[in-house]
Design a protein around this ligand. Structure first.
Ligand SMILES: [Zn+2]
Length: 326
């Protein structure tokens, strides 16, 4: 009797669960299909853009987000000097209407690939926005030019204006809005520039020295009056030798520098060797950072934007140098 009752309750429950699962799956599938439809509709008519670095993607998002779909090949923490194209990247580049890249040999390993794309679709070097005198030239750098142009906000403003002009031409229907967005963004970049200036003015001239693992901050130093030293050459692909390490250790000791910085897209090992070397010479150095050099912070975070990345760097550097000056 109990067995029979138990069996019928069990059967009813099983059927109820199966019916519930079937309804849930049907509704879920419908929901997923709806989502796909919406995203296809939203991407319809939008310009598909591929950029190499996150900094260029961020500029485009700030001035034309409603009219484009933009993706960067190089995500957070990626070193552009040594970046090699992945099979997926080739598909993305093929599908793009427009390609933007930094140029000045930043994208060392894929420069030829990008130049070849220029024959079949608009492939724009952002550095073309700059004048000859804007570019830092030094034979230490790959091909004799420093590619880290985004670290001078005024130079980056020229690049943003250049990108904006191209997008206005490509999307004439929304040119007016893109222009308004650009003006608004350029104002934000002016505030960023002023913030950097006033932050470094808190540091004495003697302590305004920025030491990192590679020479990414030449433009930053020139624009904001900081003495910049890097352990490696301009490209992270360049080898650093024992002499570079010992020269840097001597410099740090002589100048009584108290803070040096690690970077997010460059291995920490060489800079740790410098700290050890200073310690062995009875000179304590604080390891500051990490600071962002060739890639921005995590996506969907403040540091994952150009403005956020620079603000984070300035705060980290000022904090480190101030600790050092005590
Ligand atoms: Zn670099």
């Amino acid at each position: 009797m109990y067995n029979k009752l138990f069996t019928s309750i069990f059967t009813v429950l099983t059927i109820a669960i199966l019916v519930f699962l079937a309804i849930y799956r049907f509704r879920h599938k419908n929901f997923k299909n709806k989502l796909n439809e919406i995203s296809q509709k939203q991407s319809k008519g939008k310009l598909k853009i591929i950029t190499t670095t996150g900094m260029i993607k961020d500029a485009i998002k700030n001035i034309a987000d409603d009219y484009v779909i933009v993706e960067a090949l190089m995500g957070p923490g990626v070193d552009p000097h040594s970046y090699k194209a992945k099979p997926n990247d080739l598909n993305s580049l093929k599908a793009a209407d427009l390609i933007f890249y930094n140029g000045l040999h930043l994208e060392g390993k894929i420069s030829d690939l990008l130049e070849n794309y220029n024959k079949i679709k608009p492939t724009i070097k952002v550095c073309d926005a700059l004048e000859y005198s804007d570019i830092i030239r030094d034979k230490e750098f790959s091909e004799g030019v420093d590619p880290h142009i985004w670290f001078d906000v005024n130079l980056w403003k020229k690049c943003v204006r250049y990108i904006s002009t191209i997008l206005q031409n490509k999307i004439p229907k929304h040119a007016e809005t893109i222009k308004l967005n650009t003006d608004l963004y350029l104002k934000k970049l002016d505030s960023l520039h002023n913030f950097i200036m006033s932050s470094f003015n808190e540091i004495s001239q003697e302590q305004r020295v920025l030491i990192t693992a590679h020479d990414a901050f030449g433009y930053f130093g020139r624009a904001y009056n900081l003495e910049v030293k890097g352990l490696q050459g301009i490209s992270t692909a360049a080898e650093y030798g024992l002499k570079d390490v010992s020269d840097l250790i001597q410099f740090i000791i002589q100048r009584k520098i108290k803070a040096i910085f690690i970077e997010t897209s460059v291995p920490e090992k060489p800079i740790r060797a410098v700290i050890e070397g200073c310690k062995n010479n009875n000179h304590e150095v604080i390891l500051g950072g990490p600071i962002y050099s060739d890639a921005m912070g995590p996506q969907n975070s403040k540091d994952g934007t150009y403005i956020g990345m620079l603000e984070a760097n300035v705060n980290t550097i000022v904090r480190g140098l101030k600790l050092g000056s005590k």
